[in-house]
Design a protein around this ligand. Sequence first.
Ligand code: AVJ
Length: 321
Amino acid sequence: MGVVRNLRQVSADDAGVDVAFRADVHAGLSQRPKAIPARWFYDTTGSALFEDITALPEYYPTRSETELLRRHAVELAEAIGAGRAVVELGSGSSTKTPLLFEAIAPSAYVPVDISGDFLRDSAAGLASRFPGLPVYAVEADFTQRVELPREICPLPKLGFFPGSTIGNMVARTAVDLLRNWRATLGDGALMLIGVDRIKDVALLERAYDDPAGVTAAFNLNLLERINRELGGDIPVENFSHRAVWNDVHARIEMHLVADCDVEFGVDGRRYAMAKDETIHSENSHKYGPRDASLLLRAGGWTPLASWDDVDPAFALILAEA
Ligand code: AVJ
């Protein structure tokens, strides 16, 4: 790709990410039950595997949400209006973003993502596709406080949080994040958020345990990443992928299950797991209409409209600060 003149990158320091990954892994492997935050799935390999997941026939959220953006482009344009700076949380490959842009004609684009390589490629792609649009790529963890580029401060803002990524957080963390972004985006801001609905358990479990094994590879890549980046010797071949619906918490849980007793080191620290013990690697919470509305209100946002009419059910909700 040549020089893209409407693109600027605001990078976090790599050392920071590395230190946080190490700390989360040691803390997570030391607690019982073991658990590692889902954000660490997204190294370059993991981000590419996630893209493959979104193309699986069983993984409906991406298709449902894309369909909603397409079908309701006119209503979205009416409700949001033109000229907003779009701040996308966890932009990944930004595949749905052009659909939104065609609907609402934004004045600037600020993709925020923790996966630097992925962010750079997709931001560059968008900047060349929309040459009149200033793009400020921010490499950062959107669950932390993020400083927006000064240039966009005077512009009215739209937070764009697609893909049901909010589902990765337990309610209290989700509320913290929504309140944080309410403060960062400021008065007058809007938020367009994708939320996955509660539905048939078999359909949900298949979406997170596909027969082709792509989701299994995505989950197991977390262990490979630990081996690659933190000098681990985890015997990845002794682990299996598990995805189960937890009805009490209304969420899909992903786990890495030890198939036999295992012992391994990470960075010189030793860990042991008994056969069938798991590392809880992801939650994907699902929300009914009132659940989602309550969550948004608790986070300081007032729901204005929701588009929720595809099968399998998925909702796009527009809320105001
Ligand atoms: C990117 C967090 C929305 O929870 O559906 C997909 C991640 N994990 N398959 C989700 C994921 C397994 C995904 N999110």
